[in-house]
Every structure is written in structure tokens, then in C-alpha cells.
Design a protein around this ligand. Structure first.
Ligand code: FNR
Length: 364
């Protein structure tokens, strides 16, 4: 074991900041515009308190759970984030191995810097595939089919990105568009993407993403794949109900890590609204701002089946490669285990709404 390993996610963030060029750290860390939602995603967890129950035998804690029928060692899974080679030369292969070692799900980003095939053959992690819908539907469809034939278990359709949010750090840094090997041979790239300065990533997204993305596209996606489809980027009861109506297999409460619409609500503050609207029909996941095991505990108490973590895994990868990504997930698992023990919950099912006190509860 190395000396002085980080002891929490925050310390991994510091290491990542030191390890990465500023342009890449800013890309990972940044949010949209004023970054209000970015701060609030984390701050909102801080406003929820725990209601521990005592004198319960907690000598055995079982964090295991299932998602779409797949067994996981804990309810913490890896969110889809693009371009892991910015953090480590092994990229998503290292992340997938870390997820496999932790017996959890890895959601591979559409913007992966490793080929889907490479990630699929690198380990036996349960893998879901995240999809962006491009103007070129044939490109999106080809990638869905490739993922399906390679044994990915679900499609995570990102619905909060018909157009890219305004990430000012990327604009300022003239962020390059990371390489996307999965698109090679499927579409040609405009090498001139940088001629007007600003964020090349933004210009690439502008050229590729389809702003006409609508509920009809969920039907289209259902017609081209037999995999279950989770909708990622829902923050209202209205859309959650619609998601169930159109046959989504799961709803992911997400504001894209505050990288899309600034002043969207912090996700943990709307989780309960979505859970109520879904009324148990499908699992509800949440991401954005999870930095501690107690955050995971709070999400479970408010009805989440699982949480996804984005930046923390990226920080681990940037600081220490596969071992760092794995350590981040393990630390969060240990923190969750501790929170469960100290709240008197021996299994995920024992974590209930009465174990948390939200701001709303205090006002009532
Ligand atoms: C993302 N996110 C994201 N989401 C998605 O659906 N497809 C993608 O390619 C990406 N790429 C991406 C890159 C980076 C650097 C970040 C930080 C985020 C959003 C991601 O899936 C997730 O919603 C957030 O990261 C969750 O918030 P935290 O855990 O980072 O606070």
C-alpha cells in the first residue's frame, strides 16, 4: 500500500487538480454559467440531517442491492462521463475494471475515449451504455446495436442534452474536442472545428446533437433495441410520469452534474417528488453532488434505488488510475456502511424516509 492515500473524495479532487492540466481539470470539474446548480448539488445534501436509531445490533451490514435484476455489492454505481483518457491513458478500460472489482455497474459514456469493444472485453463489470441522440440517427443506432451485441445490459438515454449547456471554463480554455474512437468510420470530423476559438467541444456538440430530441425518440429507441431503457436527466414529477408511460425501465434524477441548465434544482431536492410520481413502477436513481456515504444514505432514504457518481470516479482515475477509481468507490462504500451502522440500518431496505430530516420537514 502506498503511504498517505487520500481518505476522502475531497482529497482525491485535490490530487486530480495537481495531476491534470488546467484545461482538463476545468472540463471535469466545471458546471454551466454561474455554477449555481454545481454548488447547490453538493450544498443541498448538507441541508439534510440524519435521524439515527440506536440500540440495534449492527454487527452485520448488508449493502447489496439489485438494479434491473442485476446484483450489486452496493447501491453506488459509476455515472457516464466522457473522455476518461483525459485523466489516465487507460481511460474507460481502467474505470470498468475498477467497477468490476467493486462488483458494481459501469455506465459507459457515448463520448468514451476507449472503444466499446475494448471496454467490453476488459472485464466482467455489468455495463450499461449511455446514448446521445445525434442528428445522424444512423450513428446513434449503430452504437446502440454495437453495445447490445457486446453484452451491455441497458441503454441510458440522456434526455437533458438536446443542446449543450454553456460551460464557460471550457469556452475560456478553448477546450479541445476529445477523440471519440467509437465514431471513427461512422462520421467525418470537421478539422476546422477550432477556427473560431471558444470551446471546440461546444462546437462539436452543436454540429452533432439533435435539438429536435423528443418523447417520440424514446419510441424510436424502443424500436431498435430490446434492452431496457433508462431516462437520465429528469427532475420533475411531470416528466417522471411520462417516462413511466412511455415504458422507461428506470428514471435517473440528474441535472448532468450541473453542466447543462444552470439554476436547475439540486437533484437531491427533487428526488422525492420524482419517487412519488413514479410510485414504485420503475427504479429511480439519482446523481449529482454525491461525495460522501452519508449522501448515498440520504438518497436511499428519499427513495432512490441507487446513486451514480461522476466526478469522484474521474478524480480517482486522474490521481491514481484504476486503483484510484476503485479506491474512490470503496471509500464511498465504507462510508455508506458506517452511516448505515450508525443509523441502525442493517440493509438497504431498512433505510427509510424516517431516517432523514429535510428542510421541508423542519418547516412543517
Ligand atoms: C458528465 N456527464 C455525462 N452525462 C452523460 O449522460 N454523458 C456524458 O458523456 C457525460 N459526460 C460527463 C463528463 C464529465 C467530465 C462530467 C463531470 C459529467 C454527467 C454525469 O453522467 C453525471 O450526471 C454527473 O457527473 C453527476 O454529478 P457528479 O457526481 O459529477 O457531481
Amino acid at each position: 500500500m502506498e503511504d498517505n492515500l487520500p481518505v476522502n473524495v475531497r482529497e482525491y479532487q485535490e490530487l486530480a487538480k495537481k495531476a491534470l492540466p488546467k484545461m482538463h481539470y476545468d472540463y471535469i470539474n466545471g458546471g454551466a454559467e454561474d455554477e449555481y446548480t454545481l454548488r447547490e448539488n453538493i450544498a443541498a445534501y448538507g441541508r439534510i440531517l440524519l435521524r439515527p436509531r440506536v440500540l440495534i445490533d449492527v454487527s452485520k451490514i448488508d449493502m447489496s442491492t439489485t438494479l434491473l435484476g442485476y446484483n450489486m455489492s452496493s447501491p453506488i454505481i459509476v455515472a457516464p462521463t466522457g473522455a476518461h483518457k483525459l485523466a489516465n491513458p487507460e481511460g474507460e478500460v481502467a474505470t470498468a475494471r475498477a467497477a468490476a472489482a467493486c462488483k458494481t455497474v459501469m455506465v459507459l459514456s457515448f463520448s468514451s475515449s476507449c472503444k466499446i469493444e475494448e471496454v467490453a472485453s476488459s472485464c466482467d463489470a455489468i455495463r450499461f451504455y449511455q446514448l446521445y441522440v445525434y442528428k445522424r440517427r444512423d450513428v446513434s443506432a449503430t452504437l446502440v446495436r454495437r453495445a447490445e451485441s457486446l453484452g451491455f445490459k441497458a441503454i441510458v438515454l440522456t434526455v437533458d442534452t438536446p443542446v449543450l449547456g454553456r460551460r464557460e471554463a471550457d469556452i475560456r480554455n478553448k477546450m479541445v474536442a476529445p477523440r471519440m474512437p467509437n465514431l471513427e468510420g461512422l462520421m467525418s470530423f470537421d478539422d476546422d472545428l477550432d477556427s473560431e476559438g471558444g470551446s471546440k467541444l461546444e462546437r462539436f456538440a452543436h454540429e452533432t446533437l439533435d435539438p429536435s430530441l423528443s418523447w417520440k425518440d424514446v419510441e424510436w429507441l424502443k424500436s431498435i433495441t430490446s434492452l431496457p431503457i433508462l431516462l437520465k436527466g429528469i427532475v420533475t414529477a411531470e416528466d417522471a410520469r411520462k417516462a413511466v408511460e412511455v415504458g422507461a425501465a428506470g428514471v435517473i434524477v440528474s441535472n448532468h452534474g450541473a453542466r447543462q441548465l444552470d439554476y436547475a434544482p439540486p437533484t437531491i431536492s427533487v428526488l422525492e417528488e420524482v419517487v412519488k410520481a413514479v410510485a414504485g413502477a420503475v427504479p429511480v436513481l439519482v446523481d449529482g453532488g454525491v461525495r460522501r456515504g452519508t449522501d448515498v444514505f440520504k438518497a436511499l432514504a428519499l427513495g432512490a434505488t441507487a446513486v451514480m457518481v461522476g466526478r469522484p470516479v474521474f478524480y480517482g482515475l486522474a490521481a491514481r488510475g484504476e486503483a484510484g477509481a476503485r479506491h474512490v468507490i470503496e471509500m464511498l462504500n465504507r462510508e455508506l456502511e458506517l452511516a448505515m451502522a450508525l443509523c441502525g440500518c442493517r440493509s438497504v431496505a431498512e433505510v427509510t424516509r424516517r431516517h432523514v430530516l429535510t428542510e421541508g420537514d423542519r418547516i412543517r
